[in-house]
Design a binder for this molecule. Structure first.
Ligand code: ZN
Length: 170
């Protein structure tokens, strides 16, 4: 019997300077299991599969890349092509991060962005609190600054710190 093919994306999830909770979030995304309205509707947990913000079909792709508040965040951080991607994994191939970015840092930056877009969506749904793109960007920068202490190499921590700074002034 053939072995299962190696999961090429798994390294991006686990070799990642993000905190464990955020890596698990990325794993959920990879498995297409983020509890979006569409997924919860499919499981008969909620009545509507539509986005509470804009009324479109709300799957994880919509929440993270296509819903208007997410698009504003991608524009604010200077990655305006992100909403056009067909798959969130393509974020790893965008030229926004230079080639020499250490892989664990690349993954951490993208994870922090996705995580904070998801958290902003939840604030809107559960607390009726609408975060501005600037607030979400500040939260991304804050996470990256905290995660600086999770990497051992100076190169990696310098990269993370630099990105946190850049996002803060964006
Ligand atoms: Zn929406």
């Amino acid at each position: 019997m053939n072995k299962l093919p190696a999961d090429a994306f798994a390294a991006s999830i686990w070799h990642n300077a993000a905190i464990p909770r955020c890596k698990q979030f990325l794993w959920l995304l990879h498995r297409d299991r983020l509890p979006s309205a569409a997924l919860l509707h499919h499981r008969h947990i909620v009545e509507s599969p539509l986005c509470a913000y804009c009324g479109e079909h709300e799957d994880q792709h919509h929440i993270l890349l296509q819903c208007p508040p997410a698009k504003l965040v991608w524009r604010a951080i200077g990655w305006p092509a992100a909403p056009d991607l067909l798959d969130f994994r393509e974020l790893w191939a965008l030229p926004a991060l230079p080639d020499e970015t250490p892989p664990a840092v690349r993954s951490a930056i993208i994870t922090a962005i996705l995580w904070n877009i998801w958290k902003a969506r939840n604030s809107w749904i559960f607390d009726s609190s609408l975060h501005s793109a600037a607030t979400t960007v500040c939260n991304i920068a804050g996470d990256l600054r905290l995660w600086t202490y999770r990497v051992k190499s100076t190169l990696a921590s310098d990269f993370l710190r630099m990105w946190a700074q850049q996002l803060h002034v964006a």
